[in-house]
Design a protein around this ligand. Structure first.
Ligand code: SF4
Length: 352
């Protein structure tokens, strides 16, 4: 298959085809992925998102890779839902260090009726700053997706994690079908989808291909496809899994790029463990989105500096969201903070 043939959007990938992509010689695969990438994106731009945990730990789900699951003892400090004010301050900092999208994650099975008003305030406030908004809150119903869309949520993250066949080895408290249903509600409500998976959980090549087939064969490709490398956390059942071969990880990014040519493929969790050369290869394979500044609230954010230095060495520019000039952004941030201060939801979210 030529790069050009792969450049149009397909939703009918078969396992044999996808395995053939994976099994090509590495250089052929990377050349094809880079060619597809250049047909759809500026190859020297990478989108930058910041992730904030708005509610940490004690999750009732049993995802075997996750330190936030209440089923495992990982020593993680649990936190209640953050105050709206704190979330907006973190968003303002993210904006100041160059993020264009602010992602807010809560370790829930699904948002409760009690939490929804706070979550909606967060979306409105972050959106008013001129940032793109993204949330990951677990399973959603139709009413909740409609409310989030109405509040201005741009993206909803809900990962499929792995193939349908391997999924039961990793999660037993939520079905694959429920995940697909949430994604369908998100799409129906007009929001963009962020959905991907994790490598290094003991899955086979067929499972990796199977995950990409599920994502690419959705009626519309997810706009954002995070590809994570398992972060092995002591106390989780996957703490002793074997490392993923770095070249196999790069192959996954490249095949994702070829199958979903217009999606942002995100080099996601596990990036801290990758050296600069591997990250450079990941960008060459078509990854064009990263998280940075994850520890924005508690550290001076040296990681973000390191990322910017790597970008400079590679001649990569952060992708900009150019709807507003900087002064307009600044005014919007200040205005949003003032407006939120007057809201009765502003101070008491954490004690709700
Ligand atoms: S639903 Fe999310 S937060 Fe909860 S255990 Fe699974 S991955 Fe972790």
């Amino acid at each position: 298959m030529s790069a050009t043939a792969a450049a149009h959007l397909r939703h009918d990938w078969t396992l044999a085809e996808v395995k053939a992509l994976f099994e090509q010689p590495f250089n052929d695969l990377l050349f094809q992925a880079q060619s597809v990438h250049r047909a759809h994106f500026d190859a020297n731009r990478v989108q930058v998102s910041t992730l904030l945990s708005i509610k940490t730990g004690a999750c009732p789900e049993d995802c075997k890779y996750c330190p936030q699951s209440g089923h495992y003892n990982t020593g993680l400090d649990k936190e209640k839902l953050l105050e709206v004010q704190k979330v907006l301050e973190a968003a303002a900092e993210a904006k100041a260090i160059g993020s264009t999208r602010f992602c807010m994650g809560a370790a829930w099975k699904h948002p409760s009726a009690k939490d929804m008003p706070y979550v909606l305030e967060m979306v409105k406030g972050v959106k008013a700053m001129g940032l793109e908004t993204c949330m990951t809150l677990g399973k959603l119903d139709q009413e909740q997706t409609a409310a989030l869309a109405e509040a201005g949520l741009d993206y909803y993250n809900h990962n499929l994690d792995t193939s349908p066949e391997f999924y039961g080895n990793i999660i037993t408290t939520r079905t694959y079908g429920e995940r697909l249903q949430t994604l369908a509600y998100v799409r129906d409500a007009g929001m963009k989808i962020c959905s991907g998976g994790i490598l290094g959980m003991g899955e086979s090549l067929d499972d990796r291909a199977g995950l990409l087939i599920q994502l690419a064969n959705l009626p519309e490709h997810p706009e954002s496809v995070p590809i994570n490398m398992l972060v092995k956390v002591k106390g989780t059942p996957l703490a002793e899994e074997q490392d993923v071969d770095p070249f196999d990880f790069i192959r996954m990014l490249a095949v994702a790029r070829i199958m979903m040519p217009k999606s942002h493929v995100r080099l996601s969790a596990g990036r801290e463990a990758m050296n600069e050369q591997m990250q450079a290869l990941a960008f060459f394979a078509g990854a064009n989105s990263i998280f940075y500044g994850e520890k924005l609230l508690t550290t001076a954010n040296p990681q973000a500096d390191k990322d910017m230095q790597l970008f400079a060495r590679l001649g990569i520019q952060p992708e900009e969201r150019q709807e507003h000039a900087d002064e307009v952004h600044q005014a919007a941030i200040e205005q949003a903070l003032v407006e939120q201060r007057d809201s009765k939801l502003f101070y008491n979210a954490a004690s709700a």
